[in-house]
Design a protein around this ligand. Structure first.
Ligand SMILES: O=C(O)CCC(=O)C(=O)O
Ligand SMILES: [Fe+2]
Length: 313
């Protein structure tokens, strides 16, 4: 997945602009200086901590917006359900369904003495089709149950900022992100989502990318190529973002951000980026922006007022 060229001149505040060949794809390694502002906690795949990503007063602005909003239980998407459904149906179609149809034909011949080939073919086909239909109903019921179970993996509450006027700190998050990744456009960024963990709330290990993004995430702009987590308050006890397969954790520090790439530059799901939000001992707030492969056509995108503010800056 090669992203469109930057629409606006590259402007930088804290970091030198990476050379163009590095920014053609968002998942390419960012040749950013590993300095006091930017720490690579892991390279290939890259996971970065961006110190003082936004100002403390911008964190407070976002916290105020979160406290004023009505938060709802964070949604959990069942990524890859189309692949699971196709796989289960295929297994059933090529195995049990075929054997049951064959058994029906054999019973017709041996027990009911049917000899007419057309009648036997009709029996076999009929049993096969009905069987497959019933299996499809059962499979979708099973997937529905699985989806409900997935929701139990996340106990945080959240709200996506979709107001016509940006909240204080909202534009700053996008601005900083666009400076770091000049190859992305704000149109391919999701609305900034504020997430609150009460003590004990957690988010179980998961992936932000989707193996079946082309089928399931069309309205969301396709594959999730980058995740930005902005920590809005200091959490001294727990609440870390943990990357189990990479063996690293990032502790929430007010104003810092964590940036990583759930899929590679070609849009391939990268299972090494599995991560979780550990339960904090005290309240934890983050702001999250997901960057997608293409402009978002659904409602989940960066809201018009914020896009306007970004264009006019
Ligand atoms: O809260 C965290 O540290 C992780 C959040 C996260 O992974 C997500 O919202 O997808
Ligand atoms: Fe995540």
């Amino acid at each position: 997945l090669i992203l469109p060229a930057p629409r606006r001149p590259i402007r930088t505040r804290h970091h030198a602009a990476p050379p163009l060949e590095f920014v053609k794809a968002v998942g390419a390694h960012l040749p950013l200086a590993d300095d006091a502002q930017t720490t690579y906690v892991h390279r290939d795949p890259d996971v970065l901590i961006l110190r003082n990503f936004i100002k403390k007063e911008d964190c407070d602005g976002l916290l105020a917006a979160g406290r004023a909003a009505s938060l709802e239980k964070s949604p959990v998407e069942y990524a890859g359900w189309t692949e699971d459904a196709a796989e289960l149906l295929q297994t059933w179609a090529s195995g049990p369904a075929a054997w049951i149809a064959l058994a029906a034909v054999l019973i017709s011949v041996n027990i009911f003495g049917v000899e007419d080939r057309i009648q036997l073919a009709e029996t076999g086909l009929g049993v096969y089709v009905v069987n497959l239909g019933l299996a499809a109903v059962a499979i979708f019921g099973f997937l529905d149950q699985r989806k409900e179970k997935l929701q139990a993996l996340r106990t945080s509450k959240s709200v996506a900022l979709r107001g016509s006027t940006p909240a204080q700190g909202e534009v700053a998050c996008y601005e900083r992100l666009l400076e770091l990744l000049p190859s992305i456009t704000p149109e391919s960024c999701e609305a900034l989502t504020l997430i609150k963990y009460d003590p004990g709330d957690a988010l179980a290990p998961h992936y932000d990318a989707n193996r079946a993004a082309d089928a399931e995430d069309v309205a969301r702009g396709g594959q999730t190529l980058a995740t930005l987590l902005v920590y809005l308050n200091d959490v001294d006890d727990g609440g870390r973002t943990r990357f189990n397969k990479l063996g690293i954790t990032v502790a929430p520090r007010k104003g810092d951000a964590c940036l990583f790439f759930p899929a590679d530059a070609s849009g391939q799901f990268d299972e090494r980026l599995e991560h979780e939000g550990e339960a904090p001992g005290a309240e934890k707030w983050i702001g999250r922006i997901w960057v997608h492969a293409r402009p978002i056509i659904g409602e989940t995108g960066c809201p018009p007022g914020t896009l306007e503010a970004l264009r006019n800056r």
